[in-house]
Write a protein that binds this ligand. Structure first.
Ligand SMILES: Nc1ncnc2c1ncn2[C@@H]1O[C@H](COP(=O)(O)OP(=O)(O)O)[C@@H](O)[C@H]1O
Ligand SMILES: [Mg+2]
Length: 694
């Protein structure tokens, strides 16, 4: 669970120590073949070509030349005339052909934004932000004026904005207050192949808005669906749309697969990274796909260290290493997008947030580990889980696409051709595997019933039933109508269960504390793992510990963080992630503003944190586990055997009942984020059921 437009990890499969176990010696050599057996070495000529590629983007004139050279440029007239003629259009074009950055500009220049603005949705926040600033530069305007962006907690647009990049989640939010999307003349659903749950919802919502406008004789809503890779027939059928294929790729990208297969993915990834670093000219930057924050931070630390070590013994360009994952503050994410200074090399370790849409300056080499961490909802257990899974061929193609944006590039897959062939063709739509409570709530706020909504791919029926039941239990829905509470709930960009905690905290007189804990739970873990100073780290942690559990501990941390003067130093001393606390504090401010707008009465419970736990129980009553006679735990409603995770403050204690905010599947099921609950607190009201379940 957690916030919607957030698909990063809270924990990892490898553990933070995995990289540090690899002593900074020269990693093994990994052999790549272009096909099943042929071994290929890097082509010197190509490397040189890439290095000599003109630095075209230093001034607006440079932009102009660059724009003209993009494959979409020569199709612009045809494209505009087709858009004028037809209301729905599907645009397929290679990665890097200029779809995302150029098409909105063509439409704007052709006058298609005279009766409203052009909205372009992205499945990820980092894409919306970075692309908007690129397009603003190309138009030579200040970001937020003609060109702007709107992502969760950040609206950089004004009344002058005509080209608006936004996350798909934000567009769904807009539809909640304006079902015909009256601000827009054109809506572009970009990267449709990603099939994020919000994009899927938008498919239906935008189509409905188009029809409603037609019925009301309003100016038409133009709909454009874009991707490099997708099942076109399915989309044509659903949208009854014209298809346009844009020919041409800007730069060639070569893909290499390993000759033999590897059990873990980070070892060949690092070995490949250092091989490229040894052999490729400086300023050929490298992008490596990994799965989550902890893993990425360990890889960053290891690579920085090894890079430093290498530069003292052999002549290697200086290495600049950047992490990229969704929980990083936007400002820090954008750091990774700048090309490396002359004579050096940049390495970016990223989750799949850099997989589609974006252009990261300088990248010529992509290392694709073939894995991704996905959040999956299990209707059987009613719980969400993050799991590392294999990517699809579509995703592999998108990852490869990141290498050839500014010059020819190379993509190294750390898996074999055979393994590649076995990958699924397309990604399973998120709607088929996510918790639908939030979606159902948003649809109801638009006036749509999820059980009858015409999805492109229907979500599983049991998932829909569970979602509706969950909303009923939370008091958001009665008789398939949204209640007043449900309407307030829909305003918060959170999992409805988290929102319920905030709303319930008013009655328990602890809104301040609830905002803090929910904000911190929406980001990544604030705890920094240290392999070398484990004892010190756990001692530092004790200072915040509470017998009430991990949520009160989070509160203690945040309270002390707020009063600390030198926050960075304080975090360092206490083995806490400064960035994550900073992010949590930003999210908290936003949630507090929403709470104020919803007229929620502010109150603090001070040291009486039992009230906070009671508020948590009202939203998260499905996440309870009970102590058994034999000393083990099982989840209360689904009877799943579970254990308290060793990292929890409650590990080793045996409260009769606990509430948890995360379920981690490794060798067995572990609970993380655990609080003690008094069984006597369970009432019909806060469990939505007939008292204690026997
Ligand atoms: N931030 C950027 N920095 C440098 N070049 C960029 C940037 N954004 C886009 N480009 C250039 O424009 C090309 C087209 O980008 P884009 O419109 O995102 O393509 P598509 O959506 O078809 O994948 C890129 O391949 C790159 O050459
Ligand atoms: Mg694109």
């Amino acid at each position: 669970m957690g916030v919607y437009d957030h698909l990063d990890s809270k924990y990892n499969m490898m553990g933070a120590s995995s990289f540090s176990k690899l002593a900074p010696k020269r990693p093994n050599t990994i052999v790549f073949g272009a096909g099943p057996s042929k071994v290929q070495k890097m082509n010197e000529e190509e490397v040189q070509q890439a290095a000599n590629a003109p630095d075209k983007d230093k001034n607006p004139n440079g932009f102009h030349k660059c724009k003209k050279s993009l494959p979409v440029y020569r199709h612009r007239k045809t494209l505009v005339s087709i858009v004028k003629k037809h209301d729905s259009l599907i645009v397929i074009g290679e990665t890097g052909s200029g779809k995302t950055t150029q098409i909105p500009q063509f439409l704007f220049e052709a006058g298609l934004a005279s009766s409203g603005c052009i909205g372009i949705t992205q499945p990820r926040r980092v894409a919306a932000v970075s692309i908007a600033s690129r397009v603003a530069q190309e138009q030579a305007v200040e970001l937020g004026k003609l060109v702007g962006y709107c992502v969760r907690f950040q609206d950089i647009t004004s009344s002058q904005t005509k080209i608006k990049y936004m996350t798909d989640g934000m567009m769904v939010r807009e539809a909640m207050t304006d079902e015909i999307l009256s601000d827009y003349s054109v809506v572009i659903l970009d990267e449709a192949h990603e099939r994020s749950v919000h994009t899927d919802v938008l498919f239906g919502v935008a189509r409905r808005a188009q029809k409603l406008r037609k019925m009301k004789n309003l100016p038409p809503l133009k709909l454009i669906i874009m991707s490099a890779t997708m099942d076109v027939n399915k989309f044509v059928e659903y949208f009854q749309a014209q298809v346009v294929y844009l020919e041409g790729r800007q730069y060639e990208i070569k893909a290499y697969q390993t000759v033999s297969s590897y059990e873990n993915y980070w070892l060949p990834a690092l070995a490949t990274l250092f091989k490229i670093h040894r052999e490729a000219p400086p300023n050929e930057d490298i992008l490596v796909f990994l799965t989550g924050q902890e893993e990425i931070e360990s890889a960053v630390a290891y690579t920085r260290e090894t890079g430093k070590h290498l530069s003292t013994i052999v002549d290697h360009p200086p290495l600049m290493v950047f992490p990229l994952y969704s929980a990083l503050p936007t400002r820090q994410q954008l750091e990774a997008f700048k090309p490396s200074p002359p004579g050096s090399r940049k390495v970016v370790f990223s989750t799949n947030i850099a997989e589609t849409s974006v252009t990261i300056g300088g990248i010529r080499h992509v290392i694709d580990t073939g894995v991704v961490k996905v959040r999956t909802h299990h209707p059987m257990t009613g719980l969400d889980m993050l799991k590392v899974e294999k990517i699809s061929k579509e995703q592999a193609k998108q990852r490869m696409g990141r290498a050839g944006r500014e010059a020819p590039g190379k993509c190294y897959r750390t898996y074999t051709q055979e393994e590649f062939d076995k990958l699924e063709d397309t990604t399973v739509p998120e709607i088929k595997r996510c918790n639908l409570a939030g979606v159902a709530l948003q649809l109801l706020a638009i006036g749509i019933d999820i059980t009858t909504f015409d999805f492109m791919d229907k979500p599983p029926k049991e998932g829909v039933d569970i979602a509706v039941k969950c909303l009923e239990k939370l008091g958001a829905v009665r008789g398939s109508q949204l209640t007043t509470l449900g309407r307030t709930m829909a305003r918060f960009p959170l999992d409805p269960r988290f929102t319920k905690v905030i709303l319930a905290s008013v009655e328990h007189r602890c809104l301040e504390e609830a905002l803090t804990v929910i904000a911190l739970l929406s980001g990544e873990s604030v705890f920094m793992d240290s392999t070398t100073k484990r004892a010190q780290a756990s001692k530092a942690r004790e200072r915040f510990a509470s017998p009430e559990g991990d949520h009160v501990m989070l509160l203690n941390i945040f309270r002390q963080y707020q009063s600390a003067k030198l926050k960075k130093v304080w975090c360092h001393e206490n083995f806490l992630h400064y960035r994550n606390l900073q992010y949590g504090s930003e999210v908290r401010q936003q949630l507090a503003a929403l709470a104020e707008r919803a007229n929620l009465e502010s109150a603090s419970c001070g040291t009486n944190t039992e009230q906070l736990r009671k508020a948590l129980l009202e939203g998260l009553h499905e996440n309870l586990a009970e102590l058994q006679r034999d000393g083990t735990y099982v989840t209360m409603f689904t009877k799943q055997p579970v254990s308290i995770h060793p990292s929890s403050a409650l590990h080793g204690t045996k409260p009769a009942m606990v509430l948890f905010t995360e379920l981690v599947a490794t060798s067995k099921y572990f609970l993380r984020g655990v609080s003690v609950i008094e069984p006597s607190w369970l009432t019909e009201k806060n469990t939505g059921g007939p008292g204690k379940h026997n």
